[in-house]
Design a protein around this ligand. Structure first.
Ligand SMILES: O=C(O)CCC(=O)C(=O)O
Ligand SMILES: [Fe+2]
Length: 268
């Protein structure tokens, strides 16, 4: 990307944020979550970002994604692969990088202004790019905090979907279930008061935001019918609290996973 392309890209991201950020903040305040009802970025930009993700895939940048049971048993998340957007990937995915940096900088500023008690960190974040390759790939219900490889100080999860070809036959909807550690607990938490449960299709440009430590969520099984363009792509940025360095205590078992997910200093 040339310097002027970068400038234009960042300006488009900032203009977009300006269009929906007040709604996002109101959603977080009232319910603890928000989802856009239309794409949060212009279509050509989303298509270019999708292409970058497919290029990363073809480069072999993704690795098998894992889940954790009860804090210490790791198991493969079947048919789900993940990678992190960091500086080494800049040549292949400059737009993913600039989206990450611009989005983080702007949202940390705006969310901190609206919720000073969140005390979001402007220097560190976490991110993960998920690629599901069909065959019923799913994410079990979870919070984005609470076990070794998921730092306790993740505060806000920002999920962006890049699926141009999505249609109902592909599945893979995200379901925000309620508050609690388990589905049973979430069901008891009077989710109705939060407008939950809600099922959201992963269409391109949909942004889903929620408090990382409060909202239990899962992803329904997804399929691939026509090759790579049907692969399900979600990109999550986690904004974290100021106390990042003290709280991330990588235990030996989780060390690699924590490296894969936490706080690159590259963002700024
Ligand atoms: O892909 C999604 O819709 C959700 C992904 C997710 O929950 C995660 O990566 O923690
Ligand atoms: Fe999650």
């Amino acid at each position: 990307m040339s310097e002027s392309e970068v400038g234009k890209f960042n300006q488009q991201v900032l203009t977009s944020i300006d269009g929906w950020c007040d709604e996002l903040i109101a959603g977080l305040r009232d319910h603890g979550w928000w989802a856009s009802t239309k794409p949060v970025l212009p279509k050509p930009l989303l298509r270019a970002m999708r292409q970058e993700v497919e290029d990363l895939w073809e480069n072999g940048d993704f690795i098998q994604s894992q889940s954790v049971l009860g804090g210490n048993i790791y198991y493969d998340k079947k048919h789900v692969f993940a990678t992190e957007i960091k500086s080494e990937k800049y040549t292949t995915s400059p737009r993913m990088w600039h989206y990450t940096v611009t989005m983080t900088r702007e949202l940390v500023r705006r969310v901190n202004a609206a919720f000073p008690e969140m005390d979001l960190n402007g220097k560190f974040i976490g991110n993960k790019l998920n690629m599901s390759v069909g065959n019923g790939a799913a994410f079990d219900a979870h919070l984005d905090v609470g076990v070794a490889e998921k730092p306790f100080n993740r505060k806000l999860s920002l999920l962006l979907y890049l699926n141009d070809s999505w249609r109902p036959a592909l599945g893979g909807e995200i379901v925000l279930l309620g508050e609690g550690q388990t589905e049973a607990e979430a069901a008891k938490s009077q989710p109705g008061a939060l407008g939950l449960p809600v099922t959201l299709p992963p269409t391109s440009g949909t942004l889903v935001a929620f408090w990382s430590d409060k909202i239990l969520h899962k992803v329904k099984a997804s399929e691939v019918l026509k090759g790579m363009k049907d692969y399900r792509v979600s990109y999550v940025i986690w904004l974290v609290g100021e106390d990042h360095e003290e709280q991330v205590a990588p235990s030996s078992a989780a060390e690699d996973a924590s490296k894969a997910e936490t706080a690159p200093s590259w963002a700024f």
